[in-house]
Structures are given as structure tokens and as C-alpha cells.
Design a protein around this ligand. Structure first.
Ligand code: GLN
Length: 454
């Protein structure tokens, strides 16, 4: 994999940092264990992985795709990182991403975009474009992403790989640099559903270091993937979300979705249409809640504690140093969100904006609850469109935001959701993803249906 990275990453740019030495050291430790007759710590011992650069790695650069954190060496490992190390998974390096995970194309990285291995002129999705591209380019067999509004699933869809957003609280957020704490969730990425399941079981589970970590057994996702792989979905009820079609969806995406639904029926699933009327308001609610939380979370980048500090020549006040550093360190999208969020949280507008968005969030959670009284899983396209050209939407934030129209409801409700490859669009020959959504703590259902379908 290191050779492959050396050969293709100049074109793909999935990695911001390659830690060849660290990866080889971890691999040698697994070899030594095997030579000594010690059973490997996990079925994934020795299987290398690409880690999104928003999770801290002790002594290894962690930039979150931002100039603000250039040169910062975290003094500690995220819980996800620690669990990977304990399982003997060599970490190949840190993958490119939209700055602080804000974006849908990886073009908001301060270090230049990642390119989609299927077509180097197109975006690999975002914010976790580097992780998914590293899989599609065969630079890594496994990767970790984070998903606040779709950043695992949308990149998976547009690179024809698998990506899972576990139930909120299912995977620890300790050491995941916060964007929107009530939505952020780390999860597994792979080229097959079983690979993702094996990785899910390594990283998931209760963590006292994260106050929102769920103290419940990890769903048996590996067993579910193996069961699904037998190709029998009889007894499984699948709901098609009525609201996720029509205007804004490419014909090729909708036809791929119809084919997917027909295949689920052939596998024995019972398919019904379900209405979730408030899903239509998920996008505007998300774009108030996520920027609000981000404006608070990003206050920590104050030029005193981490990374970049400019104008530190003794002639500027602390406030000036802070303001000049944030001016230089943050990109346009991050600034836009900090301003939107600060405005939405300001005392005169709090109820009108943030308060209303939280009410919509409750309505969306109720839509899910009502739907899951009728069906076991919900399905939809993962994204309304196939990967677009680099540069096509950079100047149009609203067009960019629309990429997450199908993925955001699961974040707002804290549910589990997966994107699994759904073939190539007959319109343009580019990858399409099928999204599967399950209730909180029922992540295993995603793996059963996903493995049967893939
Ligand atoms: N694209 C969405 C955004 O820009 C989601 C990002 C994410 O899931 N981290 O906020």
C-alpha cells in the first residue's frame, strides 16, 4: 500500500501525511506476535488503514485540512486511533478533507483538493473525500471517516465504496476535533460491507472519555453482514422515502435507485413507500444547527493554544493576534459558518433561528420513529447527483449544501445509516450510492441489507 500511495497519490492526493515508519512499525509488531505464536489482537491485525485528518494521532500531524493547525502535533490519540493501534491496524497516514469537515467536495481543504479516482477531473465527495478516494484508488483497504451531515456516506457514494455513519454515540468522539458535537460521528469505510463491519467492531463501544458515548453493547454487525451475504432478505421490511426523489435528482440516479429497489424485492424484502414529511426541512435546520455549534467549537482556535499564530511581534494586543490569526488561518467556508452560527445564536435571534431548527429536529426524529414502526430500514439515493467536476460548485454554497439533502436527516435524529455502491449511472457512467437507514442502535440492520444488496 505504501508503494501504491507513492505511485498514485501525486494524482489522487488522498493523503495529507503518510506515516510510512509508523505503519511499518505497527505491521512488524503484528509479525512479531505471529512469530511468537501469540494470537493477533483482532481479525484486522496487520491490515492497513487511512485515517481522516480530523482524528488526533499522538505525535503525528493532525491538521483538519486547515492552515490553523499546520504543524500541530497532538499530545494524545483519539479513542478511535487508540483502538486501531490496540487491534494491530497499521495507520498509513492522514487523509485529506474539507477544512474542519465543512464541505461536500474536499475542495475546502487548505492543502488542495483530492481527486476522484474514477475521473480525476471530478470531486471525491466531502468532507471525507481523502478517505473514500484512498479506498477507490487501492491505496488503503480500510479507512475512517466522520459524518456530521453526510461526510462518510456522500464520499462513499461518489467513489463506489462503502461508508457507514454509526448510531450517534456508537463510536467515541474523544479526539475527534469537533465541528458540530451533537451531530459528529466517526465511522468505518471499506470496499465491501463485511470489511466495514469488521472495522466497525474495532472502533465502536462505550468510552467514558466521551460524555455522549452510548453505554450499550455494540450491535453484532459482523454477524449481520455474514447473514446478509447469504442473499436472503425475506422477513425484512424496507421503506422507500417518498420525499427523496423528483426535482434536483439526476435521472440516472433515480433509475439506479429503482433498480436497487427491484433487487431488494428479488432478495425477498417487502418494500413499501413511506412518507417522512419533515425531511424536507432537514437541510435548512442542519444549516442553522451545525454552524451554531461550529461557531462555539471553533472559538478554541484563539492563536494561543494550537498551531498558527501571526502578528506575534509584541506590537499587537492579544485580541489583534487572535483576530489576525483567525483571519489568516480559516478559509472562506469556515468563516461563513462561524458568522452564520454566531448570528443564529445571538440573543435577539436565538429563538427564531436556533430554537426553530431544534424543533424541526424533533419533528424529523418523530418522522423516523413513525417510519420505523412500519419498516425495518429506510432506503433512498445517498446523493441526488453523481460526482461533479472540480470547481463546478465552489462559488455556490447552496448548490454544494444540496449534496447532503438525503443524508442529513439521519444525523439530526442520531440514527445509523450506510451508503453502499449501487452501480454506475446509465446517464454518465459515474458511481451512484444506495443509502440504507436504520433506527438508533440497530446498525446491524444496515449490514444485513447492505451485504445482501452489494
Ligand atoms: N457537507 C456537509 C457540511 O458541509 C456535511 C459535512 C460533514 O458531514 N462533516 O456540513
Amino acid at each position: 500500500h505504501l508503494d501504491r500511495i507513492a505511485a498514485v497519490d501525486g494524482d489522487v492526493h488522498a493523503f495529507l501525511h503518510v506515516d510510512a515508519e509508523g505503519a511499518l512499525e505497527a505491521a512488524r509488531a503484528v509479525d512479531a506476535d505471529i512469530a511468537a505464536g501469540t494470537a493477533p489482537a483482532s481479525p484486522l491485525a496487520g491490515v492497513p488503514l487511512a485515517l481522516k485528518d480530523v482524528l488526533t494521532t499522538k505525535g503525528v500531524p493532525t491538521t483538519c485540512g486547515s492552515k490553523t493547525l499546520e504543524g500541530w502535533l497532538p499530545p494524545y490519540d483519539a479513542t478511535v486511533t487508540r483502538r486501531l493501534r490496540e487491534a494491530g491496524v497499521p495507520i498509513l497516514g492522514k487523509t485529506n478533507m474539507d477544512e474542519f469537515a465543512m464541505g461536500s467536495s474536499t475542495e475546502n481543504s487548505a492543502y488542495g483538493p483530492t481527486r476522484n479516482p474514477w475521473d480525476l477531473g471530478r470531486i471525491p465527495g466531502g468532507s471525507g473525500g481523502g478517505s473514500s478516494a484512498s479506498l477507490a484508488a487501492y491505496e488503503a483497504p480500510l479507512a475512517i471517516g466522520t459524518d456530521t451531515g453526510g461526510s462518510i456516506r456522500q464520499p462513499a457514494a461518489v467513489t463506489a465504496t462503502v461508508g457507514v455513519k454509526p448510531t450517534y454515540g456508537g463510536v467515541s468522539r474523544y479526539g475527534l476535533v469537533a465541528f458540530s458535537s451533537s451531530l459528529d460521528q466517526a465511522g468505518p469505510c471499506g470496499r465491501t460491507v463485511l470489511d466495514a463491519a469488521l472495522l466497525h467492531e474495532v472502533i465502536a463501544g462505550h468510552d467514558p472519555m466521551d460524555a455522549t458515548s452510548v453505554d450499550a453493547p455494540v450491535p453484532a454487525v459482523v454477524d449481520a453482514a455474514r447473514q446478509g451475504a447469504r442473499g436472503d432478505l425475506s422477513g425484512v421490511k424496507v421503506g422507500v422515502v417518498r420525499e427523496f426523489s423528483g426535482e434536483g435528482y439526476q435521472g440516472g440516479v433515480l433509475r439506479s435507485f429503482e433498480t436497487a429497489v427491484a433487487q431488494l424485492k428479488e432478495l425477498g424484502a417487502e418494500v413499501v413507500e413511506v412518507s417522512c414529511p419533515n425531511f424536507t426541512y432537514a437541510l435548512p435546520a442542519y444549516y442553522l444547527i451545525a454552524p451554531s455549534e461550529c461557531s462555539s467549537n471553533l472559538a478554541r482556535f484563539d492563536a494561543m493554544r494550537y498551531g498558527l499564530r501571526v502578528a506575534d511581534d509584541g506590537s499587537h494586543s492579544a485580541e489583534e493576534v487572535m483576530s489576525l490569526t483567525r483571519e489568516e488561518g480559516f478559509g472562506a467556508e469556515v468563516k461563513r459558518r462561524v458568522m452564520l452560527g454566531t448570528y443564529a445564536l445571538s440573543s435577539g435571534y436565538y429563538d427564531a433561528y436556533y430554537g426553530s431548527a431544534q424543533k424541526v429536529r424533533t419533528l424529523i426524529t418523530r418522522d423516523f420513529a413513525a417510519a420505523f414502526e412500519q419498516v425495518d430500514v429506510l432506503v433512498s439515493p445517498t446523493t441526488p447527483v453523481t460526482p461533479f467536476k472540480l470547481g463546478e460548485k465552489v462559488d455556490d454554497p447552496l448548490a454544494m449544501y444540496l449534496n447532503d439533502i438525503c443524508s442529513i436527516p439521519a444525523n439530526l435524529a442520531g440514527n445509523a445509516a450506510m451508503s453502499v455502491p449501487s452501480g454506475l449511472s446509465e446517464e454518465d457512467g459515474l458511481p451512484v450510492g444506495l443509502q440504507i437507514m436504520a433506527p438508533a442502535l440497530a446498525d446491524d440492520r444496515l449490514y444485513r441489507v447492505g451485504a445482501a444488496y452489494e
